[in-house]
Design a protein around this ligand. Structure first.
Ligand SMILES: NC(=O)c1ccc[n+]([C@@H]2O[C@H](COP(=O)([O-])OP(=O)(O)OC[C@H]3O[C@@H](n4cnc5c(N)ncnc54)[C@H](O)[C@@H]3O)[C@@H](O)[C@H]2O)c1
Ligand SMILES: [Zn+2]
Ligand SMILES: [Zn+2]
Length: 359
């Protein structure tokens, strides 16, 4: 089958990839659609260190094709959204309702894919983020598949798997924004747009979107921003303080840049919280002014929206049906897998909310 493979420094669409069959607690999913998240680009450009060869992609949806002997929650033919969290279900973190903190979900990289090497031997390929949805078929744990209604379009359902769970979850699960609180979202990409709509769903007061690309204003307002700022060539902190003289209750950094992380902390109101969603280089360091922090301010990290995928996806689909959670509007353009470099170009040039590959 075809796959977009990270081969150390570059990404190539190749044929001849095989995936192994399911173990007892696993399923095989025929991928229908896969979103292109900035984290995939960050692997290719070295921001996120990852070994190759690896099949990339971690935001997908598809149809269950085959199930392992012990699988009970899904069956062949079910439409599912994939999550990257293959949590064990029994450890202290899982028992406390924090599946994204399950130790088993990070650092163990499996190699479920194979291909024939030039010398005729069999070469194994890594799975990225336990999912690898830039291919036709994947094998995942049962816990990573969340059933979704068949009438949710595949391209829209795919985006729940990272962008929506991360952005909306950061607001509702991690920050727990309350009615009327003020929110600043820095970076209006797939993650930032979902933080914006999470803030709208939480009935935040002022929601200020910030992006150096002025073309992001229309989508930011559509998703719920009350204000949009392009800080190019200006002082971002001063621009926000002109609108919120006491600072913001919450700032979501959705770019992954140390200077913006610093700005996020400088923007906080008393008892305000900076939520760091962007992923800078693994050796990046940040700074903050210590004075002022004692006014009950918080800087928090957030993995995958502190999500409980089996619970959250169901409630997000419910909000989608009520018209409160925008999913179809996140899909700016679809591409065949072979055109992934065009999708990457469009993402980097800022013309996409999300680009989606159709498998
Ligand atoms: N914490 C998590 O669990 C998690 C999950 C997924 C993605 N991420 C990370 O979130 C970040 C965003 O991902 P995405 O898919 O939304 O990316 P994206 O490329 O779709 O969006 C990034 C946005 O930031 C804007 N931007 C760039 N520089 C800026 C600046 N100096 N000031 C203001 N805006 C600026 C761009 O114009 C773009 O709109 C990435 O670092 C990604 O790795 C984190
Ligand atoms: Zn992602
Ligand atoms: Zn666990």
């Amino acid at each position: 089958m075809r796959a977009a493979v990270f081969e150390g420094g570059k990404l190539e669409v190749v044929d001849g990839i095989e995936v192994r069959g399911p173990r007892s607690d696993e399923i095989v999913v025929r991928i229908g659609a896969a979103g292109l998240c900035h984290s995939d680009l960050s692997v290719v450009n070295g921001t996120i260190p990852f070994p190759g060869p690896a099949v990339l992609g971690h935001e997908g949806a598809g149809v269950v094709e085959e199930i392992g002997a012990a699988v009970t929650r899904v069956k062949a033919g079910d439409h599912v959204c994939l999550t990257t969290i293959n949590n064990c279900g029994v450890c202290p973190a899982c028992s406390a309702g924090r599946p994204t903190m399950c130790r088993g979900t990070f650092g163990k990289i499996s190699k479920p894919f194979t291909r024939e090497a030039a010398d005729g031997s069999t070469e194994k390929l890594f799975s990225f983020a336990n999912t690898s949805v830039f291919t036709e078929r994947v094998v995942i744990k049962e816990v990573q598949a969340v059933p979704i209604p068949e009438d949710v379009p595949m391209a829209s359902a795919a985006l729940v798997g990272c962008g929506v769970l991360t952005g909306v979850g950061a607001v509702l699960n991690r920050a727990k924004v309350r009615i009327g609180e003020t929110v600043v979202v820095i970076g209006v990409g797939g993650i930032g747009l979902n933080a914006i709509q999470g803030a709208r769903i939480a009935r935040a007061g002022r929601i200020i979107a910030v992006d150096t690309n002025p073309r992001k204003e229309e989508a930011a307002r559509q998703f719920g921003a009350t204000d949009f700022l392009d800080p190019s060539g200006q002082d971002l902190v001063q621009l926000i303080k002109d609108l919120l003289p006491h600072g913001a209750d919450y700032v979501f950094e959705c770019v992954g840049h140390p200077a913006l992380i610093r700005a996020a902390t400088d923007l906080l109101a008393w008892s305000g919280t900076a939520v760091l969603l962007g992923v800078p280089r693994s050796d990046a360091e940040g700074t903050f002014l210590v004075s002022g922090m004692y006014m009950d301010k918080t800087i928090m990290g957030c993995r995958y929206g502190t999500s409980h995928p089996q619970f959250d996806v169901e409630r997000y689909v419910d909000l989608y049906r009520k018209g409160e959670l925008l999913l179809d509007e996140l899909v700016t353009k679809t591409y065949p897998l072979e055109h992934i470099h065009e999708a990457i170009h469009d993402l980097e040039s800022g013309s996409l909310a999300r680009g989606v590959l159709l498998l």
